[in-house]
Design a protein around this ligand. Structure first.
Ligand SMILES: [Zn+2]
Length: 54
């Protein structure tokens, strides 16, 4: 996903909610074409990234 969207939140959960809300609005086609296992991979990757940031 080539996107410059950045978001801030107090918790990983909050940041993820913001990201998904944005993706649903701006990248609906990307989300729709993404297989469920790839979504899970992405979810885990985000958790990992946020853990490293904190
Ligand atoms: Zn975007």
């Amino acid at each position: 996903m080539n996107c410059q969207f950045s978001t801030a939140g107090d918790t990983t959960y909050e940041v993820k909610q913001n990201l998904y809300a944005h993706a649903e609005e701006a990248h609906k086609d990307v989300l729709a074409s993404m297989p469920e296992d790839k979504m899970k991979d992405m979810d885990q990757l985000m958790d990992k990234i946020f853990q490293e940031l904190n």
